[in-house]
Design a protein around this ligand. Structure first.
Ligand code: NAD
Length: 273
């Protein structure tokens, strides 16, 4: 390893410029906070800017004050405006994190078409719009990370268009990798498992749900937004420079537990004394 590589700034994020959608809450907030802590400049996009404003205040006296932009990613005019705002603030960009997302419960039998469309419009069309518009600011190459879900791999009943939208993101990301790779822009997906945020908090308000969910993960814990932010930071960085069109599941080994859901008398692990 060369001396140059033995640096505290191992990921090389200092001075890099990123845009993060959904930066006002949960996973997006944690991603933005982690990038700022690593020395990057960050544009915080959300349709609700309250959380993003709090993060801006925290960094207001650091010389790294983030830019807050109200943006509805499902609206092309709003995305155009945000791109203009980022261009005015940073000039160009090193990467984009597509994280803003929503979940509307419904069975296929009952789902209203406008609810179905609203989820696809944010979770899939919004990701495409931000990707292609912000790519125009990545004149020296760049990196995109899209937050999908383990729901991209498995249908979840009564979740409306959520699983379909997340599965769409995984293919969208690979198409972006193939189309923009020659321009030096990488595109990768992270599929989080169970992460405790505002989006999932209602589930944890019910008795015993946390314990039942922990028992379903190999790591026996619910993920924190920071678990996703760490993986995103690596994929954005030049250390991931040859990772393109890939998908990384960050779920504490939840998907790997499928066989353990099958009752098998006599095969239960003995508790050690
Ligand atoms: N929490 C989990 O367990 C979990 C698991 C897998 C995937 N995810 C995904 O992670 C991402 C973040 O989820 P979270 O749990 O942090 O949710 P969250 O509700 O805490 O945050 C989502 C943010 O996105 C913003 N947003 C929603 N629609 C928007 C739009 N059209 N334009 C701009 N901003 C918009 C919201 O205002 C909010 O600030 C989502 O894409 C979600 O599907 C979450």
């Amino acid at each position: 390893m060369s001396a140059e590589n033995k640096t505290e700034n191992w990921l090389g994020m200092a001075g890099k410029k990123y845009a993060v959608t959904g930066a006002g809450s949960g996973i997006g907030y944690s991603i933005a906070e982690t990038l700022l802590a690593a020395g990057a400049r960050v544009a915080l996009l959300d349709r609700n800017t309250e959380g993003a404003e709090k993060l801006r205040e925290l960094y207001s006296s650091t010389g790294q004050e983030p830019v807050v932009l109200q943006c509805d990613i499902s609206d092309p005019a709003s995305v155009d405006q945000a791109v203009q705002g980022v261009c005015e603030a940073f000039g160009d960009l090193d990467g984009l994190v597509n994280c803003a997302g929503m979940l509307r419960p419904a069975s296929i039998r009952d789902v209203e078409l406008d609810e179905w469309d609203a989820v696809l419009r944010t979770n899939l069309t919004g990701y495409m719009l931000c990707s292609r518009e912000f790519a125009n600011l990545m004149s020296n190459g760049g990196s995109m990370v899209h937050i999908a879900s383990v729901a991209a791999h498995h249908p979840q009943t009564h979740s409306g268009a959520y699983s379909a939208s997340k599965a769409g993101i995984t293919l969208l990301s690979r198409q972006i990798a193939a189309e923009y790779g020659p321009e030096g822009i990488r595109s990768n997906v992270i599929c989080p498992g169970m992460i405790r945020t505002a989006l999932s908090e209602p589930f944890y308000q019910q008795p015993d749900i946390k314990e039942q969910r922990e028992a379903m993960t190999a790591s026996r814990r619910i993920g924190a937004p920071q678990d996703i932010a760490n993986a995103v930071t690596f994929l954005l960085s030049d250390r991931a420079g040859y990772i393109n069109g890939a998908e990384l599941t960050v779920d504490g080994g939840m998907e790997t537990m499928l066989m353990d859901l099958i009752p098998r008398p006599g095969f239960t692990a003995k508790k050690s004394a």
